[in-house]
Design a protein around this ligand. Sequence first.
Ligand code: UDP
Length: 270
Amino acid sequence: MSSDASPLRPPEATRSSQVQILNGRFDRLSAEETVQEVIGAVQAGERGVLSTVNVSILMMMRQNPRLQRFIDASRWTVADGQPLVWASHLRQPRLPERVAGIDLIDQLCARAAQDGIGVYFLGAESGTVHAAVAVLRSRHRGLDVRGYADGYFGPEQAEARARAVADSGAGLLFVAMGVPRQEHFIEEQWENLGARVVIGVGGSFDVIAGRRKRAPVFVQRAGLEWAYRLAQEPRRLFRRYLVTNSQFLGLISWSAIAQVALVRRVIPRP
Ligand code: UDP
């Protein structure tokens, strides 16, 4: 039995090995293993939250204790960014690979269609979520979409939105309302949501619906997806990326220097 049980991480859940990167603890899971874990949990009737964390979110967690607690309490936390995988190379053991939320949507929908698991999509503007669902239905034949709804609602409607998910009987719920809005919603409505596994996927529906472009694979592998996004929305994102990237670089460099200093002290040079 796990010692760090929480409503978002049931006591029966076994914990895979983790890597600490600054203020985040990441599961050492490949994308395939993550899908396997999630589908296994749904089929076993278990519940849990899967959080996908990138550099920007990791830095946001430092300023937002509520978000930090939510991610810490999640059943699974995966690294949604190449820079985090590189940073894990400063530690042993390392993270096996990047696990991107947007790729998980497709991989999980493929398995859900195959195994008859119902899915629900909540978030983005109504035209966007509608278009994203149409795309996913066309990609995954037989996908059992139990429902979908936009992510623009006030606090007075939150409970009804959550109960609609529960009433649909969906096993998997994707929430795409941006960070930390989606995490606060999941936390507040956890008991009303009903879905077995809930995953926050940020702005992914916009990309699936074709309203926002995703960086080419070589840009993703170079760890520059943020720069590609910045080029698309410079006014809105400039400050965010300037602050979070430089903070991350500074903290990681400091942590690397501290580690080298520690190793030198523990193993004195001859
Ligand atoms: N969004 C939403 N409800 C809101 C605000 C945003 O569903 O009240 C959606 C938005 O339409 C987009 C996603 O959340 O699909 C990500 O939003 P945003 O781009 O603001 O967040 P970011 O990805 O920049 O953190």
